[in-house]
Design a protein around this ligand. Structure first.
Ligand SMILES: NC(=O)c1ccc[n+]([C@@H]2O[C@H](COP(=O)([O-])OP(=O)(O)OC[C@H]3O[C@@H](n4cnc5c(N)ncnc54)[C@H](O)[C@@H]3O)[C@@H](O)[C@H]2O)c1
Length: 331
């Protein structure tokens, strides 16, 4: 697919701009000289993630909720692109409060799509997820895999993913449906319902054992954040909508939770006396057992190639934790 030549500055709206992925993408596009309008209600994000951007002229932060109609009056109606990331992302919380999750993930997405439709915005990147597939029926999992999610978070993402598809078909809106498999890196939350890698590193660096639910043989396909940023950037700067029918991004390999714990313990330097071993807890309800991406489509359409191996990614993240993580909570 042809790449758009971007010499002019763009106006980009990023929802969820103070979150894990949103803050990295905001940083990238502000750094490239584009004007970024970032919305976040800080329900899961952190102002510290964007503290270096807040004083920049080309970063406009809107501290509010995507579901509120009046916030759209604060955004110009001639945006070049919208990157819609804001979501309630926690599976456990979606099980406790499915209504809230659907309100944010489905109705919130509908608001964004309507805003784009009424303002003729034709480049919209929607953060769907591999969680829409549910546990693998076959591997590697391509975009034709059944949408078999069994928990409210995954089902809310299916609804939003299909809404985006419907807006493509019905209104000819240019939405790319991005299905990243799990990703990890600096700024991912390591508390409560955060990603397993962040939680394990946080525990291991305090000399506490990683806690594994079930046998630990469940697998995931983990991509380092810089590869995910590259994936979004390839989509943003490619003409047309290569992700119209859904597009997977992942590492293209699977790793068990046991192996994740082993690599983190090994790379942390905390295991001199070999005492740090995972502790096993009862399985959680509706946990996906296997995820493993087929990334043929993103390779063929975008020349996507993940660059960071799992071991390297973990090394970089542990270094970040040792040097910078404490700054995160001091804003
Ligand atoms: N982290 C992963 O492994 C992963 C994998 C696949 C897809 N995704 C998707 O990527 C997107 C970003 O994920 P992330 O890990 O950066 O999550 P995150 O929670 O760090 O970022 C989401 C941001 O949205 C904000 N937000 C939530 N509800 C809002 C609302 N109603 N109004 C305004 N802001 C709101 C939160 O405060 C948060 O800052 C999500 O849509 C997620 O479903 C994440």
């Amino acid at each position: 697919m042809p790449i758009i030549s971007i010499f002019r500055s763009m106006k980009i709206l990023i929802t969820g701009a103070a979150g894990f992925l949103g803050s990295h993408l905001s940083e990238k596009y502000v750094g490239e000289g584009h004007t970024v309008y970032g919305i976040d209600n800080i329900s899961n994000g952190n102002l510290n993630n964007i503290r270096t951007l807040l004083h920049k002229k080309n970063f406009k932060f809107i501290y509010d909720d995507i579901r509120k109609s009046d916030i759209y009056t604060k955004i110009p109606n001639d945006l070049d692109a919208v990157i819609h990331l804001a979501a309630q992302i926690h599976v456990d919380r979606s099980i406790v409060n499915p209504e809230e999750t659907f309100e944010i993930n489905v109705n919130g997405t509908l608001k964004i799509l309507e805003y784009c439709r009424t303002n003729d915005i034709d480049k919209i990147l929607f953060a769907s997820t591999s969680e829409v597939y549910g546990s693998a029926q076959y591997v590697p999992m391509d975009e034709k895999h059944i949408l078999g999610a069994q928990h409210p978070y995954g089902v809310s993402k299916i609804a939003a993913d299909r809404l985006c598809y419907t807006y493509n078909e019905t209104y000819d809106l240019g939405v790319d449906i991005i299905r990243c498999f799990n990703f990890y890196g600096p700024r991912q939350k390591d508390t409560g319902y955060g990603g397993v890698i962040a939680i394990f590193i946080n525990r291991v660096l305090q000399n506490k054992p990683p806690l594994i639910y079930g046998s630990g043989e469940q697998t995931r396909d983990y991509t380092y954040i810089s590869d995910v940023i590259n994936a979004y950037d390839l989509i943003l700067k490619t003409k047309g909508n290569p992700g119209k029918n859904g597009i997977n991004f992942g590492s293209g390999s699977e790793i068990s939770v046991n192996k994740i714990a082993e690599v983190i313990i090994d790379k942390s330097g905390m295991n001199n006396n070999q005492k740090l071993k995972p502790q096993y807890l009862e399985s959680r309800p509706v946990e996906v057992q296997r995820l493993f991406a087929d990334i043929t489509r993103s390779k063929e359409l975008l020349n996507f190639k993940p660059m960071i191996s799992f071991e390297n990614g973990i090394e970089m993240l542990i270094e970040w934790y040792k040097n910078f993580k404490s700054e995160l909570w001091t804003f």
